[in-house]
Ligand binder design. Structure first.
Ligand code: ADP
Ligand code: MG
Length: 342
């Protein structure tokens, strides 16, 4: 294209509409937006006040006239209008008025319904999309991790996000077996809150629990276990108190949600056609999503499945990178979205 005309055209856009984080990829520019999937609204009118990082800072700190929510928290759309507003704002942040509007690819949790898919498509059209395609997050994640999904061979992805864990075996650009469960990083945080409450009478918030998970959380025994001082409120005295917490105790607390993920991985392998199963013996499983960053998650899954397990190079951006790659190779897109389009 002649350079002087380039500015008239918008570059195509890929969106990862995650339960915890949303990312926007612009063709030829890469990932340009990365913000929490949070919306702050006026309580009565539901007028949107802020989205993304700005809205997240309000979570748990709002006066009664303002509510801050995560509309995708459970991997299903809690409120279609709010999700639409959030998606529109994110797209508008990166897309300025141009003569030719962009193609938009949105990666959505595989658990959302047909009505919800329609709403997401409409929101992307209203935000300026000339053509809008939806792809399922495990597919985008696998592509973003560089798995050769078009080959006639088994590729397995486990994407552990905030509200969901998406597990899929993909071959010939299609999902052969898939599971989507509502277990992810949020549940890890919740069990940490519950553990400190039960064992130590210490109340902490979910932000603190997430911090504990980042700093000393693990899925598998470590060579050197870690300690951390945690500040919270004593439930008996009502006063602030500091407690030293050990990584072994946190791992115990994480066992239950991790066990649910392992059991879904086992079920997926159980339902996998034998030819594809045998491919997995060499190719193994790739783990992505923020949950892939939990220490020892690869070792845990490896011991459970006896398959090689690799953590994605960039777990938090895999889905967005996947949408970007799909934009570059529209022929793949046409194949993988044909079944999901209305
Ligand atoms: P989603 O795709 O559902 O929006 P993400 O893939 O962005 O979710 O992952 C978000 C989750 O990953 C959060 O629960 C967050 O706490 C968790 N996470 C991010 N970094 C780490 C880390 N270093 N260790 C453990 N969990 C992490
Ligand atoms: Mg995700």
């Amino acid at each position: 294209m002649l350079d002087q005309f380039k500015g008239l055209f918008s570059n195509d856009i890929g969106v990862d509409l995650g339960t915890a984080n949303s990312l926007v990829y612009v063709r030829d520019r890469g990932i340009v937006l990365r913000e929490p999937s949070v919306v702050a609204m006026e309580a009565g009118t539901k007028g949107v006040l802020a989205v993304g990082e700005e809205a997240r800072r309000m979570l748990g700190r709002t006066p009664s006239s303002i509510v801050a929510i995560r509309p995708m928290k459970d991997g299903v759309i809690a409120d279609i209008e709010i999700t639409e507003a959030m998606l529109r704002k994110f797209i508008q942040k990166v897309h300025y008025r141009k003569l030719i509007s962009p193609r938009i690819v949105v990666a959505v949790p595989s658990g959302i319904t047909g009505v919800e898919k329609r709403a997401v498509k409409d929101a992307a059209s209203h935000a300026g999309g000339r053509e809008v395609y939806l792809i399922e997050q495990p597919m985008a994640s696998a592509i973003g991790c560089g798995l050769p999904v078009v080959e006639p061979a088994g590729n397995m992805i486990v994407d552990i996000g905030g509200g969901t864990c998406e597990i899929a075996v993909i071959s010939l650009s299609g999902i052969v077996v898939a599971k989507s469960l509502r277990v992810g990083g949020d549940q890890f945080d919740e069990t940490i809150v519950a553990q400190l409450k039960r064992a130590h009478n210490l109340m902490i918030g979910e932000r603190t629990a997430e911090e504990i998970k980042f700093r000393i959380g693990s899925a598998h025994a470590m060579d050197e276990e870690l300690n951390m001082d945690v500040k919270g409120r004593d439930m008996n005295s009502g006063l602030p108190r500091t407690l030293s917490v050990n990584s072994v105790e946190i791992r115990e607390a994480l066992r239950e949600p991790l066990e649910k993920i392992l059991s879904s991985i086992r079920d997926t392998l159980d339902q996998c056609p034998p030819e594809l199963s045998s491919d997995l013996i060499d190719r193994g499983i790739v783990v992505a999503g923020g949950g892939a960053l939990l220490r020892g998650i690869d070792r845990l899954i490896m011991e459970e499945t006896e398959l090689p397990v690799h953590v994605a190079d960039s777990p938090l951006t895999a889905v967005a990178e996947g949408t970007g790659r799909v934009l570059q190779e529209m022929h793949i897109l046409k194949r993988i979205t044909s079944s999901g389009q209305s």
